[in-house]
Design a binder for this molecule. Structure first.
Ligand code: 4NP
Length: 162
């Protein structure tokens, strides 16, 4: 018997203004673009750090997203302990995110919810989604490329699961 409640996904990066809001947006667009999904999904994103709480995504990320057909509207927030209760899967963008999440996890069940985004890549070879914040424009487009591939892989893996 398949579960009928939505699957809740939380994407996490350091600042919650580049990678994780982009992942949230890409995953949402994937789900909205299909009407054959059995599960519904609730997606959100958050940052390990609280530097940018309340901010829109970085303007460079929003511009790259817009060029690729995405409108980003989320506001940054920080990961909290309650997120380990609320969400079914907590998806970090790099090993530093994963380590910080593991430090925060209140119990073994919470630890088991932590996964890495690039582990779901289908076509691209990468072991993390690199932080584009201090780099040039190309880094933002590379983030979108990686996230489109990995979000498709994540959706496929969740839809295969009974
Ligand atoms: P993100 O990128 O983790 O992909 O949102 C960053 C955004 C801001 C900072 C670092 C990374 N910062 O140091 O302010």
């Amino acid at each position: 018997m398949r579960e009928t409640r939505p699957i809740r996904l939380l994407f996490v990066c350091l600042g919650n203004i580049c990678r994780s809001p982009m992942a949230e947006c890409v995953f949402e667009y994937l789900v909205k673009g299909r009407n054959d999904l059995f599960h519904s999904y609730e997606v959100d994103s958050a940052g390990i750090a609280g530097y940018h709480i309340g901010d829109l995504p970085d303007v460079r990320m929003r511009e790259a997203a817009w060029q690729r057909g995405y409108k980003m509207t989320s506001r940054a927030r920080q990961v909290g302990f309650e997120d380990f209760e609320t969400f079914d899967l907590i998806i970090g963008m790099d090993d530093a995110n994963i380590d910080a999440l593991k430090e925060m996890a209140p119990n073994v069940e919470a630890l088991g919810k932590i996964v890495k985004m690039t582990d779901y890549c289908i076509h691209m070879e990468a072991d993390h989604v690199p932080d584009p914040y201090y780099g040039g424009t190309a880094g933002f487009y590379y983030v979108i490329d990686l996230l489109e591939d990995a979000c498709q892989g994540l959706l496929d893996s969740l839809e295969k699961r009974d």
